[in-house]
Design a protein around this ligand. Sequence first.
Ligand SMILES: [Fe+2]
Ligand SMILES: [Fe+2]
Length: 297
Amino acid sequence: MPSTTPPPRIHDSLVLEPRDVQFDWSSLPLHWIPDEPFATHTINVLHLLLPEGERWFVRVFSEALPMITDEQLREEVLGFIGQEAIHAEAHQEVLDHLLRQGLDPRPYIRQIGWLFHRVLGDKPGLSGRRRRENIIERVAFVAAIEHFTAFLGNWALNSPGLDRAQADPTMLDLLRWHGAEEVEHRSVAYDLLVHLDPGYLRRMRGMLVSGPLLVHLWVRGVRFLLAADPELRGRIRPTWRDAQIQARRGLLPDPRAMARSAARYFRPGYHPTQEGSSSQALGYLATSPAARAAATR
Ligand SMILES: [Fe+2]
Ligand SMILES: [Fe+2]
């Protein structure tokens, strides 16, 4: 049951600024990590999941807004909504580019759309306490997913292997701009969850549902992209061993490090500020070509 006195939040001065970035994908190669289609498509799963996923974040948090009684948290949630809406559109443009290159992502996107609209969407028949419960449950899923987006953002900001492999600089800027904003706003979903329900069980349930679901969607996404790639035509079959080899080369996050990070979410004293560095994130945003261009528009 929600407590009448939520625990104090750890930070108190988060001002989230949506940066209206733009990217030119016209010269992006299909394999934007040269000669590394497996690593390219493993990261490309982000483009499959995020447009629908982040639009869903925006809908869930918009539904939760009237339930917020803390003015600063409300401002943070509004900033979060603004940032996630721009993230979704930035990744959508990559999907549109993939389609122009002959890789049709739409069959997978239809499934993701069904998941976020039908399974995890608003339930119009609910009202009162049941509607509130439903919204908080979905906020718990978002908070757990945001633990992973912060992990991935932190990895993107610390991934010199991608530079060594001469990955496309515009894609690197997209990944690092988005990653930096994920690190910057990593506390918001968690703080919203604690504000609405500080209970440990809800937080655990959020991770126990979201973690396996995310892994499942990612594996399906990699298989889908490798099969739909017009140059590969299914010649590469992904394995966990490949993922670990590419992680050792610094081209992918280490799945075991990601699992250990997920386990930290279960600690009673967990808070998202314990993962990643806000100053590193803000440092990248001060130099990101896309974020700098957005600041002068
Ligand atoms: Fe995002
Ligand atoms: Fe986020």
